[in-house]
Design a protein around this ligand. Structure first.
Ligand code: PMP
Length: 358
């Protein structure tokens, strides 16, 4: 007898970055470095640890289910009404809730490929059909083809900008045309997990540029630039009716008390976040230039990682880096994603890459 859905057998599991200590131990190295999960390498923001310690004194209580204080703070900071904001246990949880709130079994979710690995998993979770539109030769979203892929079964389109794992970004003029082409009854999610690292003025802030459109949802996270990956806090901004529908399918209490407190403290540190992002952006330019001497086809990145389009050599290159104590993220057949770390970590990666490339 079968107790779980047969269609899940064919679904690839989400592969998380390996733990640094495990890899170091396995290799007998004093230490390894992890450039595999697009984390920011500077540690928690000032004030976050203290806020967590304080919150934990109430850990026998349930958190505020509506994340009222956090939503109010985000609302003030983003200059939108709090009823347009939904928080969740990471933006990936919110993406999952968005699929739940839009799709019935057999409905279609359109996204580019390759893009964030969680999209096929969350679509399959509700029995929706994934429609993957291949990236352009330049590794970016093919927005005209994505618009063409929309059918009357399409309930959701996910635009990942900048795109994980390729780091490429869609420009305002392309997005304008794309959004104009999307039918009114299809929801578009702009997944802006890496928005804080964008420096190209032609790559729009989805909230400012498109937040007033009824069928646009902007998805953001505190996991990357804000350094809270381990605590799981994301948020989305949608029109109030859409936000209300998403709230109905939320797992109750999924933004924990500690996560809410940490997020409130982190949001007081905008200047420090900007300072940290500027370091990442400088290092991104340096790593891109250096790595292009080995792999000339590395696309320009607007995020905190670079993409090495190595195709069938991806797994071997990833393994060769890991052997030398640098954990990167290979996607066999496609490429290798390398997170920007501290300047020292990046130097180590560049030295290792030269050897691993042989
Ligand atoms: N969207 C994109 C594009 C991502 O790359 C990630 C993290 N890898 C997420 C969403 C999810 O991040 P989190 O759940 O930590 O907010």
């Amino acid at each position: 007898t079968r107790l779980t859905r047969a269609d899940l057998d064919a679904l690839p599991a989400y592969v998380a970055g390996r733990n640094v200590a495990d890899v170091a131990r396995e290799l007998g190295l004093a230490e390894a470095i992890k450039l595999a999960s697009n984390e920011v390498p500077f540690g928690p923001l000032p004030g976050v640890a203290e806020a967590i310690a304080e919150a934990v004194t109430q850990s026998h209580r349930y958190p505020d289910a509506g994340s009222v204080a956090l939503r109010d703070k985000l609302a003030g900071w983003l200059d939108v009404d709090a009823d347009r904001i939904v928080t969740g246990g990471g933006s990936v949880a919110l993406a999952e809730h968005l699929v739940k709130a839009t799709c019935l079994p057999g409905d279609e979710v359109v996204y580019s490929w390759r893009s964030f690995e969680a999209y096929p998993i969350i679509a399959a979770g509700v029995g929706a059909t994934s429609v993957r539109v291949p990236n352009t030769a330049a590794h970016g979203h093919d927005l005209p083809a994505m618009a063409d892929a929309i059918t009357d079964r399409t309930r959701l389109v996910i635009v990942c900008n900048p795109n994980n794992p390729t780091g490429t970004s869609s420009r305002k003029d392309e997005l304008d045309r794309f959004l104009d082409a999307v039918p009114d009854d299809t929801l578009v999610v702009l997944d802006e997990a890496y928005r804080e690292f964008v420096t190209d003025a032609d790559v729009p802030d989805g909230l400012r540029a498109y937040g007033d459109r009824p069928n646009v949802v902007v998805l953001r996270t505190l996991s990357k630039a804000w350094g809270l990956a381990g605590l799981r806090v994301g948020y989305l901004v949608a029109q109030p009716e859409v936000a209300g529908a998403i709230r109905k399918v939320l797992t109750p209490f999924s933004t924990s008390m500690v996560a809410q407190a940490a997020a409130l403290a982190a949001l007081d540190q905008e200047a420090e976040v900007r300072r940290r992002c500027a370091i990442v952006v400088d290092e991104r330019a340096r790593v891109t230039e250096a790595i292009r001497k080995i792999f000339p086809d590395v696309p320009a990145s607007q995020s905190n990682f670079v993409w090495l389009p190595l195709g069938d050599r991806a797994a071997a290159f990833g393994a060769a880096c890991e052997q030398r104590g640098v954990i990167v993220r290979p996607f066999q057949g496609d490429g290798v994603r390398v997170t920007i770390g501290t300047p020292e970590e990046n130097d180590t990666f560049l030295a290792v890459a030269e050897k691993a490339a042989i």
